[in-house]
Design a protein around this ligand. Sequence first.
Ligand SMILES: [Zn+2]
Length: 134
Amino acid sequence: MADAYKNAHNAVRAERGPASLWQCCWCWGDAEHWSYDHADENERVDGRRRYSLDVNCYQPMCARDHRVYDRLHRENAPPERVEREMARARYRYPRETVAAMCERRANRLHTYVIGKRRTAPLTVIQTTIQRVMT
Ligand SMILES: [Zn+2]
């Protein structure tokens, strides 16, 4: 049997790439999951899981923040509480750590888009990726 929930997440991945190429929208670290943003008016429900068929209703998040985010939604937490948790996650990593993760993500993006490992300097890569993706 087709798993509609899984299919929806695969569609996001196909359209926007693996979440690991993105920055977590809370802590600015590496994302690991595509997280449903709970903002689709045509939201689908599958048991305890809520999801969307709209690939734009997903945000990249790390596993840790994704867990907290989904729990807050399950508990119907007020927006201020969601804001507070997000603000707390935002300062988890020092700036140098975020920069280092960003650099490694650029490498992964390059491998993903170009299909082979990066050898050129980062600025050249960014230009190449821009050219391929537009
Ligand atoms: Zn995070």
